[in-house]
Design a protein around this ligand. Sequence first.
Ligand SMILES: [Zn+2]
Length: 349
Amino acid sequence: MKATIIHGARDIRLETVPDPVLQSDTDAIVRVVAACVCGSDLWPYRGIAPTKEPHRIGHEFVGIIEEVGTAVETVRVGDFVIAPFYYCDNTCINCRNGVSTSCLNGGWWGANDRDGNLVDGAQGERVRVPLADGTLVATPDVPDAALVPHLLTLADVMGTGHHAALSAGVTEGSTVAVVGDGAVGLCAILAAHRLGASRIVAMSRHADRQAIAREFGATDVVEERGDDGVAKVKELFDGIGADCVLECVGTKESMDQAIRSARPGGMVGYVGVPAGGPELPIGTLFNTNVGVRGGVASVRGYIEELLPEVLSGTLTPGRVFDLELPLADVADAYAAMDERRATKVLLRP
Ligand SMILES: [Zn+2]
């Protein structure tokens, strides 16, 4: 089959690799219907996270189950399934505590499992899924093609945006500022709107992303950054800042922006994958009682909650995809996101 391999900075190749086979009786083999490129894939693509040796890449996919191991019980051959951006048993103590990203038996796409067998990356034609019962969520029927992009966001960006909003404590009537206008930032706006935020400020400089932000529920847009951006957000919220700030980038600058945009006693929900040295100013947090909560989003636990609204069409996070390419053009998909020609690229094997 064909699968994507990253060789180094700006070196993405689609190569022929062995077809995956069942390695354990809890595995499934899934034929990928759609995958995508994540903002966090750009850290190795740009060389910010160095690639020591070539490896599979991609962690978001939906597909159809082609084969299951003898111990798989909850999903079946022919099911359309959503996979979170990691695999997990969904039964261990960490999973039950809602932190399935720390699953005691789980792991990551594109790396070896605990038995030393490769787990395929998502940007390929097929994926061996360990712990299929815990990892995969099947839809009631094979969905219409038009629903596929929306369902694909449940693998990562929509669940991650939701995690930012929950971590910041967004509830009915909250005032919210969102730092970052990538797919996760836009989904965070949608999540905050869904949770009943009364006012949502999108921090964005791109007209096309501002338009999606407004469609997703943003009431205001702030284009300024740094001191000017903080001043603008404060001005919009009684001169004090927002109740909840959702940090969806992961850089030193974005974290600083987020912390300073929160009102005294407010909360920052952060989900941006840290890159470029973000740090917490304990003195500022102490003086303002601003809290920081968040981290890698345990999206597996959010899929069942969000899925009915996606299936009914009331939640349309798939609007974040503004370019669709065949898997053969995966290198161009990375370049398009790197050069900001696209917010998020959907890949069709
Ligand atoms: Zn677990």
